[in-house]
Design a protein around this ligand. Structure first.
Ligand SMILES: NC(=O)c1ccc[n+]([C@@H]2O[C@H](COP(=O)([O-])OP(=O)(O)OC[C@H]3O[C@@H](n4cnc5c(N)ncnc54)[C@H](O)[C@@H]3O)[C@@H](O)[C@H]2O)c1
Length: 253
């Protein structure tokens, strides 16, 4: 028996990086995975990896910041699997260092829509199903940038801060209904997103800057985040809600 046997988990942005690692880890522990992803090929690769390992997964393609897609995601999951036990709001978009005068309204809206509003939408439509069951776990992937802010990342930090407060406000609202809501602040992680943060810099220097910012002396591996999400979604964490965990090698200190 795996730690998540028989559970249905929606993981957003599961086609790459932290989301894919989380999907594979959860599938290994017996969960059926719904891969909610913008990019069809990326989603297909995650589904294939899960199936190769003997697990079960389904991809539902679309933009997680679009309400019609979110409704379809929840409806199709319920029609096919009958329940939603776990929701991991992981999909996100990076921001390269940009001074405030150069941040466009489009950039701001994209950051807030994908990195914050999407978690509101998925929670809004998934929670009624969790309430019916009297049980559920939501994990929101924020960033250590929500707490240790950096210049040139205004919109990203604002969006990541919003998802932390959404986590806590929602946690207290649904705590007495068996639903737990927690957040993780990853540090700089070894995923395709990382280099987009230093797109405006020399790539070697940019990478060094991020590596040197982590006291433990290495970048975050996708499995570091997957393991924390697994813990938070397992029964071992049944008394934990509204918590925000830094999984960052000490970066936030
Ligand atoms: N990589 C890092 O250094 C780092 C650090 C802290 C926090 N994070 C956060 O971790 C999460 C995962 O990041 P990652 O590093 O794995 O990035 P990634 O780019 O490897 O993966 C993100 C995935 O989200 C998908 N996605 C993007 N916009 C979407 C949308 N509108 N709808 C559906 N899917 C969408 C992408 O297609 C991609 O597959 C993000 O929320 C990110 O902000 C990353």
């Amino acid at each position: 028996m795996g730690k998540l046997s028989g559970r249905i988990a929606i993981i957003t942005g599961a086609g790459s990086g932290l989301g894919q690692a989380t999907a594979l880890t959860f599938a290994n522990e017996g969960a059926t995975i719904v891969v909610a992803e913008l990019r069809e090929e990326a989603a297909a690769s995650t589904v294939a990896k899960i199936e190769e390992g003997g697990g079960k997964a389904k991809a539902i393609i679309g933009d997680i910041s679009n309400v019609d897609y979110v409704k379809k995601l929840i409806d199709e999951t319920i029609t096919e699997f009958g329940q939603i036990d776990i929701l991991v709001n992981n999909a996100g978009v990076p921001m390269s260092f940009t001074p405030i005068e150069e941040v466009t309204e489009e950039q701001w809206d994209l950051q807030l829509n994908v990195n914050a509003k999407a978690a509101f939408l998925t929670s809004k439509y998934a929670i009624p199903h969790m309430k019916k069951k009297g049980k559920g776990s939501i994990v929101n992937i924020s960033s250590i940038a929500s707490k240790r802010v950096r210049p040139g990342l205004t919109a990203y930090c604002a969006a990541k801060g919003a998802i932390v407060l959404l986590t806590q406000a929602l946690a207290i609202e649904v705590a007495n209904q068996g639903i737990r809501v927690n957040a993780i602040n990853p540090g700089p992680a070894e995923t395709p997103m990382l280099e987009k943060f230093f797109a405006s810099m020399d790539p070697v220097e940019g990478r060094k800057l991020f590596e040197n910012s982590v006291p433990i002396g290495r970048l975050c591996e996708p499995e570091d985040i997957a393991n924390m999400s697994l813990y938070l979604c397992s029964d071992e964490a049944s008394f934990i809600t509204g918590a925000v965990y830094d999984v960052d090698g000490g970066r936030g200190l």
